[in-house]
Design a protein around this ligand. Structure first.
Ligand code: SF4
Length: 278
């Protein structure tokens, strides 16, 4: 059986960078604590826990002698300051694409302007961004949520990095009705999620079965599964190679493989190895 990998799969740039930064701190002998789970993948979290990396829920749980890690989603400035005050060292693994949203938001507020950020208000990335302009930033899921906002002063419109482009543009268009001033629109969506979906879709036309490796509750993995199923009925979301059922592969000559943005390479390698052995 031939195994084909999608042209884009697995760790995105920001997650890979964050995991590398944690690995470096562990290798340097530091006691590492991440604020919130570093990554939404059970197997990778277990591996990191095996290396002594623990997760904390609040800055108050960090002590002197420990290294605090800010994950790729980023945090609000007051949270960062608290970590810096408590920990011996802070490793800032905020994804540079998220840092850009934070900086743009802070800059617009400093210019006495309002900011509309299109995203989920309860997502950690958005909670962090809001902290850069608590009085001036409005987080809205879509255009319908603009109705409750006051009139805006020369608003900047930016986005959570992982939302749908259409939602962003529709909301940005609707912001014009909420201001007498100028609207500045900066698309801050990261292409990692879309690139993985496009690559999976292209490959799903060429295979008899498709394995998507990722957490059963990971939204980007579930989306990949839906995309693959459009063209390939035998598409399966699995967390490890143990879930591969050879009975599903009867008559299949070519199988496709992709992985969600939080799936580490070592898990992907194991799945590919198992499929090649079948
Ligand atoms: S999805 Fe994009 S913005 Fe989010 S961590 Fe990955 S690279 Fe960064």
């Amino acid at each position: 059986m031939k195994v084909l990998l999608a042209s884009e799969y697995g760790f995105c740039f920001g997650v890979e960078r964050a995991v590398d930064m944690v690995e470096d701190a562990v290798a340097a002998g530091e006691t590492v604590r991440t604020l919130g789970p570093l990554i939404h993948n059970t197997q990778e979290m277990e591996r990191l826990e095996g290396e002594g990396v623990a997760t904390i829920d609040a800055p108050v749980q960090i002590s002197r002698g420990e290294t605090a890690v800010i994950r790729a989603h980023g945090v609000a400035p007051d949270v960062q300051a608290e970590l810096e005050a408590r920990a011996s060292k802070v490793v800032d693994a905020t994804c540079p694409f998220v840092t850009r949203v934070q900086r743009l938001t802070a800059r617009a507020a400093a210019q006495d302007r309002d900011v509309v950020v299109v995203g989920s208000p309860d997502h950690p990335e958005m909670i962090g961004v809001k902290g850069y302009a608590p009085e001036r930033a409005y987080i809205v899921r879509d255009a319908s949520e603009l109705a409750s906002l006051p009139m805006l002063k020369d608003p900047l419109v930016v986005s959570q990095t992982t939302i749908k482009a259409q939602t962003f543009f529709d909301t940005a268009d609707a912001v014009r009705a909420k201001t007498d001033g100028t609207v500045e629109v900066i698309n801050t969506i990261c292409s990692a999620t879309r690139d993985r979906q496009d690559a999976a879709r292209a490959l799903s036309n060429m295979v008899g079965a498709f394995y998507i490796i990722g957490g059963k509750h990971s939204s980007n993995s579930l989306k990949l599964l839906a995309v693959c199923k459009e063209n390939c009925e035998k598409s399966f979301l699995i967390e490890t190679e143990d879930e591969i059922d050879p009975a599903d592969l009867g008559g299949v000559e070519t199988v496709g493989v992709t992985a969600g943005a939080s799936t580490p390479q070592w898990l992907i390698d194991r799945v590919v190895k198992r499929l090649e052995a079948l």
